[in-house]
Design a protein around this ligand. Structure first.
Ligand code: HEC
Ligand code: HEC
Length: 308
């Protein structure tokens, strides 16, 4: 009884308080290193078969995610889990769906070694970059070292990823009293709080700050690469890092298994599996229009010719 009362009080508290915060525009990163990281991000030299770059899967034109259900890596191998956006991933408390990397350094090391994605080793990365006159020159300018180490390579990609934030989304401007939401967007935001979406999707990334279950109310059957795979604890089955909802309109398909092809479906599934509601079409539409106010722009210095 005490527990139920606490839950009710906590929910009321969440409804009352603004639980989403805006992205500050002055995120700090090293511009010179980020520029090198950006070059590497688009360079197929970082994959074993020289055909795949980070951008082959994190496509700037698909919100830095992939519109394919499962991305294709080296030698035509297929990933087993949907490619998430890397926009604003600097705000996530862990990296990867099940949080297996504590920070960007670990994540980039795992990605480079992933036999499906890049299939590299530390030695091979060092060999390839040190053979390039161009990289030698720019790394020398940034680090004043003749030899480009694996650590330096990772360091530059970390700086690039830090720069990939999307401030000034309409919703952030609304939080700062610099824009007004339409009636539909406001209704959507209200529903998002009332139904309880906000209990998991909150904070600066509207997600990215906790591990939660898919299938909290109705069991979800397909839980590939969940936290259980990492911890082998029964309670961790179907547990994933809550994904960010920023730029969500750009990153279909949705969920770790790509089971929702449209944002509308993703909203319906979440309401059903995680909250036990069958929601009306008009409610789905207003939540969708609220979610679309979460789309921002990458900062000028990091925008690319081939995307936003
Ligand atoms: C073959 C496709 C593919 C390639 C190439 C690839 N990634 Fe990924 N990336 C993925 C997938 C799939 C995941 C999710 C894996 C998981 O969570 O288990 C992911 C996850 C991530 C994440 C974590 C995001 C989050 O919110 O948890 C970051 C950051 C990232 N990749 C950056 C990179 C960088 C940098 C490179 C190049 C060095 C790269 N990726 C290359 C497919 C790819
Ligand atoms: C109990 C926590 C919880 C609640 C409540 C919740 N979500 Fe989620 N949400 C998650 C988790 C965990 C995932 C990732 C699930 C997966 O991919 O397996 C997710 C994924 C999503 C995605 C897909 C993100 C992507 O990049 O693939 C959307 C969209 C979404 N939620 C919207 C909502 C909406 C709208 C509501 C309210 C109707 C809601 N969520 C309620 C935890 C929650």
């Amino acid at each position: 009884m005490k527990y139920i009362l606490l839950c009710i009080l906590f929910t009321l508290y969440l409804v009352a308080k603004e639980l989403i915060t805006a992205i500050p525009i002055d995120i700090k990163y090293n511009q010179q290193k980020a520029n090198i990281g950006k070059m590497l991000f688009f360079d197929t030299m970082l994959s074993k078969d020289r055909k795949i770059s980070c951008a082959s899967c994190h496509k700037p034109n698909n919100g830095w995610a992939d519109k394919k259900d499962f991305s294709v890596g080296i030698f035509g191998a297929k990933d087993v889990i949907q490619t998430p956006t890397i926009l604003n991933s600097t705000f996530n408390f862990r990296q990867f769906w099940n949080g297996k990397a504590k920070n960007f350094k670990e994540q980039i090391d795992i990605t480079l070694h992933n036999p499906i994605e890049m299939g590299m080793t530390k030695i091979l990365v060092e060999k390839r970059v040190n053979q390039s006159r161009e990289y030698k020159d720019i790394f020398f300018k940034a680090y004043h070292k003749d030899f480009i180490s694996y650590k330096m390579v990772i360091d530059t990609i970390v700086e690039f990823q830090k720069a990939l934030t999307t401030p000034n989304a309409k919703f952030d401007l609304f939080l700062q009293n610099r824009a007004k939401l339409t009636t539909k967007e406001r209704q959507g935001y209200r529903l998002f709080k009332k139904l309880g979406c906000i209990t998991c999707h909150n904070g600066i990334n509207i997600g990215g700050n906790s591990f939660q279950k898919i299938g909290l109310i109705f069991k979800y059957n397909n839980c590939e690469a969940d936290r259980y795979q990492l911890t082998k604890k029964e309670l961790d089955r179907c547990i994933y890092k809550v994904p960010t909802l920023r730029n969500i309109e750009l990153t279909a398909p949705y969920f770790h298994d790509a089971s929702a092809k449209t944002l509308k479906k993703a909203i319906e599934y979440m309401a059903h599996y995680n909250l036990g509601y069958i929601i009306k079409d008009s409610e789905v539409k207003s939540i969708e229009s609220f979610l679309k106010t979460l789309t921002g722009k990458t900062q000028n210095t990091m925008s690319t010719n081939n995307g936003k």
